[in-house]
Design a protein around this ligand. Structure first.
Ligand SMILES: C[S@@+](CC[C@H](N)C(=O)[O-])C[C@H]1O[C@@H](n2cnc3c(N)ncnc32)[C@H](O)[C@@H]1O
Length: 237
């Protein structure tokens, strides 16, 4: 195992299956999305960048709530699926390892970065780009796997950054970074953000209908996701 996730679009292989799953899944529909949408707040009339947009479930809801959405994803098939789902948004294939050249400075009110920070080898560079395109009054909402759950599954040092491989859901093989909570906080700091809120969300009650045992476990254990709202630190200019 190398210490890099690399540039290969891992989700390309199972984009359709992910789209089929995530529309009404426990983890996406009834856990991560409600938490991030709450942190985004009122999006009506706002310009939102949906970074690593996947098949467009967030974009669909954001457009429904009155936002203007730009989305991007490293997987071409994800972008095709997002375009088909949300004709009213603007999507492009883009690897977040590269700068967001098509977006001007201070052009976005909100950046959403849901469940994808784990795949980036240079997270600070990507976060700096989000900071650049955000207006001074804007905010970034980021969700990631809860580091406690990652550590309990993999053991070893909680504090050691490392790339691991897992097989998820319907046999999807994914390579991603394990990193402690402190690392995410420091990376946001290095990129020029101030953390405004950090949530350890619990699944919505509707999730219990899909998997009661998991629902009850996630009411007790920090082993699912966490979500952060961060704002540009204006003290640094
Ligand atoms: C777990 S899915 C989340 C999709 C969407 N944000 C959501 O929550 O529904 C992770 C997504 O990140 C994308 N991704 C992974 N690495 C990326 C990169 N370097 N640049 C852009 N997108 C990336 C994948 O293609 C995939 O669509």
């Amino acid at each position: 195992m190398t210490d890099a996730v690399g540039r290969e679009p891992q989700y390309e292989l199972f984009a359709d299956d992910f789209a089929d799953h995530a529309g009404d899944s426990f983890h996406n529909a009834w856990y991560d999305r409600p938490a991030c949408l709450r942190l985004l707040g009122d999006v009506a009339g706002k310009a939102v960048l949906d970074a690593a947009c996947g098949p467009g479930f967030y974009a669909e809801e954001l457009v429904r709530r009155g936002a203007t959405v730009n989305g991007c994803d490293q997987s071409a098939r994800m972008v095709e699926l997002a375009r088909a789902r949300v004709p009213g948004a603007d999507f492009r294939v883009h690897d977040l390892a590269e700068p967001l050249r098509w977006l001007a400075d201070d052009s976005m009110d909100l950046v959403l970065f849901a469940l994808a920070v784990e795949y980036l080898d240079d997270r600070v560079a990507a976060l700096r780009e989000f900071r650049r395109v955000l207006r001074p009054s804007g905010a970034l909402v980021l969700s990631r796997m809860h580091p406690t759950g990652d550590w309990l599954r993999h053991g070893g040092s909680y504090f050691a950054d490392r790339v691991v491989e897992e097989v998820w859901s319907r046999g999807w093989r994914v390579r991603y970074w394990l990193s402690p909570l402190e690392r995410t906080c420091e990376e946001l700091h290095e990129a020029g953000f101030l953390i405004e809120r950090l949530r350890e969300p619990r699944p919505e009650p509707a999730a219990a209908e899909l998997d009661r045992e998991r629902y009850e476990r996630l009411q007790r254990e920090p082993t699912g996701f966490l979500a952060i709202r961060a704002i540009p630190d204006r003290r640094g200019g």
